[in-house]
Design a protein around this ligand. Structure first.
Ligand code: ADP
Ligand code: AMP
Length: 216
């Protein structure tokens, strides 16, 4: 059936984990702005070089760069019937750009899924996170270990720890979330689109709660 959905929440809430599962269940592409930036970093593109200086500090990449990149991705054929957005929008300007883009195509956001997790848990999750080089699939040493140490279950590529998952950067990213992204929660709530889910449960429990909240 498709449709456009947003997954929002602080760093480490489980957005990427859940988006990977839901995108497959709902048969829509998983669009992660963070993954697109990291692909550009790996491929040493001009965009990757510009984004790196912000990502390393735990800051947001400027809106103009980010909006253009995500809108380009959403303009591709596979997003015609919907997409699951993870990590975008993160600022009011990004939210407006997304609504304008969808409105122009006669589409709309079906729901915004907020994954809520207490701050102490976020640090623990991010310090044990291992990410796959090829497609950004994520694991956790304790909560979601890969079957083979250091190797992605899904595509067999090597796992690495993200530079921005070190403690000081994580604290900065959580602060940036509270200052710049959390206001979007109220914005989407006022539009009647927000669905809140308790993200401190197990991965399977969070998936069921999210699937109950949407009709993809
Ligand atoms: P985000 O995309 O919101 O930054 P991730 O999906 O990358 O978050 O998850 C952060 C870390 O927490 C990863 O190591 C992931 O394996 C782990 N994780 C995700 N969901 C849960 C959960 N419900 N319980 C425990 N750990 C989780
Ligand atoms: P994430 O993979 O979602 O944790 O994002 C990693 C980093 O990429 C963030 O800390 C930002 O520097 C950058 N980033 C990802 N998405 C966005 C966005 N929508 N707006 C601005 N910066 C972003």
């Amino acid at each position: 059936m498709g449709g456009f959905y947003i997954i929002i929440g602080p760093p480490g809430a489980g957005k990427g984990t859940q988006a990977t599962i839901l995108a497959e269940k709902c048969k829509i592409p998983h669009i992660s702005s963070g993954n697109i930036f990291r692909e550009n970093l790996q491929n040493r593109t001009e965009l990757g070089k510009r984004a790196k200086e912000y990502m390393d500090k735990g800051e947001l990449v400027p809106d103009d760069i980010t909006i253009q990149m995500v809108i380009n991705r959403l303009s591709q054929q596979d997003c015609e019937n919907g997409a699951l957005l993870d990590g975008f929008p993160r600022t009011p300007l990004q939210a407006e750009a997304l609504s304008a883009f969808l409105a122009e195509k006669g589409k709309q956001i079906e729901a915004v899924l907020l994954i809520e997790v207490p701050a102490e848990e976020l640090i623990d999750r991010l310090s044990g996170r291992w990410t796959c080089k090829a497609e950004g699939h994520v694991y956790h040493l304790k909560y979601n270990p890969p079957k083979k140490d250091g190797i992605c279950d899904i595509d067999g590529s090597p796992l690495y720890q993200r530079d921005d998952d070190k403690r000081e950067t994580v604290e900065q990213r959580i602060k940036v979330y509270k200052d710049q992204t959390a206001p979007l929660v109220e914005y989407y709530e006022s539009k009647g689109l927000l669905k809140k889910v308790d993200g401190s449960k197990t991965i399977e429990e969070v998936t069921s709660a999210l699937m109950n909240a949407i009709k993809c």
